[in-house]
Design a protein around this ligand. Structure first.
Ligand code: DOR
Length: 454
């Protein structure tokens, strides 16, 4: 595997750089895996590869703080190599992976096992969350905060068996967590009650469009309120994942992530691309392909979530990439698993909102690269800054239609099949090395273990 020390020196000229709220014309020099210089009229040196960006947008690589790459234990659905390849093809150069694997990631040994697996196989940079359970408080207390972006608490049951519903345990986790806590918020007893009602009516073959009524907005609201009250009681750094309803937005404080004194918000919110591109009307066409937890809800929720991103009520955009096989998705409602593959087309889907005039490119970069880097104290990534890792993505405004044959995820399907995006990923660099050339993966898996400045 080549190291970043012998990575090629590259000069990208005539780019439209998008960074920290600005869009400007300029050049960017890569040396030894890092951004060496940003400026205008930079002169090429003999040994450098020069790339003419021809005015195309050059962004920091996206940082996806919510993926399920399924390793260990569920490799028949996905693995770190296949899914990180799909991510890099989609301009996502860093991923943070969830603990609902088999076995689940519940202690330091399981965490290190994942880091070992990713080494040399992950196309993007990687971090792994420690999971919480009803009985791993000691492992949470002892977690070295430099070894994981955060601690994942399933406050609602989903894929895997990781529900934390013991009130005393929840209270202790929020009081003692040495890293940010990230939560999946849906109230399981409310969901179970609704599911029983629908099963009584339909048996196992509940229509897919009932999913948002079973995994209801009320269940989201109740659980999110509980997470926020625990965080306020203990002054916890809390990040609430995948907000899916308009109602929950009122619970979060609008405003930028940082003020002059550093990280201002103790409680932050995230939504996911599928909540911005799909709504209840899509269950007819896509069925269980868009069955996920929390559920995709109404068009009015979708519109409110987009507005909340623009208004800085929602701080982070991520994917919740959660692949399952088509065979699994074809099962009846009660046994069809929840989750959909997203990493390869998530950035292009987000850029459609720019095309539609709902967000700016700078806002997409803020939510999908800068904010996760800041929230999780990621060292030296997520920005176009001299000295930072050269994780970069070049966007070309040429239409791209999604075909199943082009999907790099192991499950080999996408909810976006047949969709034409206005833009495509022309190139992705990871640690200064070209990894995606617009058509195919090139070179080797160059991802590095994330470091956290804590
Ligand atoms: O839809 C989902 N799928 N939501 C989750 O919380 C878990 C995920 C999975 O792992 O399949």
């Amino acid at each position: 595997m080549p190291s970043q020390q012998n990575s090629p020196a590259t000069l990208i000229v005539n780019a439209r750089l998008v960074n920290e709220g600005r869009e400007f014309d300029g050049d960017l020099r890569i040396e030894q895996g890092r951004i060496a210089q940003i400026g205008t009229g930079l002169a090429a040196r003999g040994f450098e590869t020069v790339i003419d960006a021809r005015g195309r947008r050059l962004l920091p690589g996206m940082i996806d703080d919510q993926v399920h790459f399924r390793e260990p234990g569920l490799e028949y659905k996905a693995d770190m190599a296949t899914e990180s390849a799909a991510a890099v093809a989609g301009g996502l150069t860093t991923f943070m992976d969830m603990p609902n694997t088999n076995p689940p990631t519940l202690d330091a040994a399981a965490l290190e096992d994942k880091y070992r697996r990713a080494h040399g196989r992950a196309w993007g940079n990687y971090g792994f969350y420690l999971g919480a359970s009803n009985d791993n408080l000691e492992a949470i207390r002892q977690l070295d905060p430099r070894t994981a972006p955060g601690i994942k608490v399933f406050m609602g049951a989903s894929t895997g068996n990781m529900l934390v519903d013991d009130p005393a345990t929840l209270d202790s986790i929020f009081r003692e967590a040495p890293t940010p806590i990230i939560t999946h918020c849906e109230d399981t007893p409310m969901i179970d009650a609704e599911l029983a009602r629908y099963k009584a009516q339909y048996g196992d073959d509940i229509p897919a469009w009932c999913h948002p009524d079973i995994r209801s907005r009320e269940a989201c609201m109740k659980s999110t309120q509980l997470a926020l009250s625990l965080a306020r009681r203990h002054n916890t750094r809390l990040h609430v994942l995948h907000i899916s309803t308009a109602e929950e937005l009122a619970l979060f404080e609008p405003g930028p992530l940082r003020d002059a004194h550093g990280l201002r918000k103790r409680i932050t919110a995230e939504t996911c691309v599928h909540f911005l591109r799909f709504d209840r009307a899509d269950y007819d066409r896509l069925g269980h392909k868009i069955k996920c937890n929390p559920a995709i809800k109404d068009a009015s929720d979708r519109e409110a979530l987009i507005a909340a991103l623009a208004a800085d009520v929602i701080d982070v955009l991520a994917t919740d990439h959660a692949p399952h096989t088509l065979e699994e998705k074809a099962r009846p409602y009660t046994t069809a698993p929840s989750g959909l593959p997203l990493v390869q087309y998530a950035l292009l889907a987000a850029l459609e909102l720019v095309h539609e005039g709902r967000l700016t490119t700078a806002q997409v970069v803020q939510k999908f690269a800068h904010a996760p880097a800041e929230l999780f104290d990621v060292r030296g990534r997520g920005f176009l800054r001299e000295g930072y890792a050269a994780d970069l993505v070049l966007i070309e405004d040429t239409p791209l239609t999604v075909h199943a044959d082009d999907v790099l995820s192991k499950c080999a399907w996408s909810p976006f099949e047949g969709t034409t995006f206005h833009s495509r990923v022309a190139s992705t660099w990871v640690n200064g090395v070209l990894a995606w050339d617009g058509d195919r993966l090139v070179g080797d898996a160059m991802g590095q273990r994330l470091e956290f400045d804590r």
